[in-house]
Design a protein around this ligand. Structure first.
Ligand code: ADP
Ligand code: MG
Length: 144
């Protein structure tokens, strides 16, 4: 992946997600960072579709966790917005998902604290300079 992409519409964000899908491996944790409406859920929609998920991804905000059995791996989409800390996240079945080898896409990863490992992917989404413009950044691990 390049460090940064600029998209001008949802379909371009899905195309970036498709490139990322080629790099994603079972067991990976993807911390999705960005404000409400930045496009985190939209990005996961594209990721799940690229991995061959038969179902569209809706926002898991009201169900907290959505499981997608894709052709290549179990993709679990977590929205931690309403949670308060790592104990709540463990109650969602975090360790069970990892034991099953799932790739975890996590919105509001700050709620998970130390559960986000050092080698996690960090995908940042931010508003660009037009209404439908977004800047998407990729980083694996914590920089030195
Ligand atoms: P989040 O999960 O970060 O709160 P969502 O993905 O739910 O954000 O919402 C992003 C909104 O922005 C959607 O309504 C989507 O249609 C819109 N949007 C407009 N342009 C883009 C773009 N280039 N990439 C992603 N989403 C976009
Ligand atoms: Mg969302």
């Amino acid at each position: 992946m390049e460090a940064e992409y600029r998209t001008g519409c949802v379909e371009e964000t899905w195309a970036v997600a498709r490139q990322f899908a080629a790099e994603l491996e079972p067991g990976d944790i993807v911390a999705l960072e960005g404000d409400l409406g930045a496009g985190k859920t939209t990005f996961v929609q594209g990721l799940a579709a690229a991995l061959g998920s038969p179902c569209a991804v809706t926002s898991p905000t009201f169900c907290l966790a959505a499981e997608h059995r894709t052709d290549r791996m179990l993709l679990v989409h977590l929205d931690l917005y309403r949670l308060h800390g790592p104990d709540d996240v463990l109650d969602l079945g975090w360790e069970d998902y990892l034991a099953r080898g799932a790739a975890l896409c996590v919105e509001w990863p700050d709620r998970a604290g130390d559960l986000i490992p050092q080698d996690a992917w960090h995908v940042g989404l931010a508003q660009g300079d037009a209404e439908d413009a977004r800047v998407i950044s990729f980083r694996k691990g914590i920089p030195a």
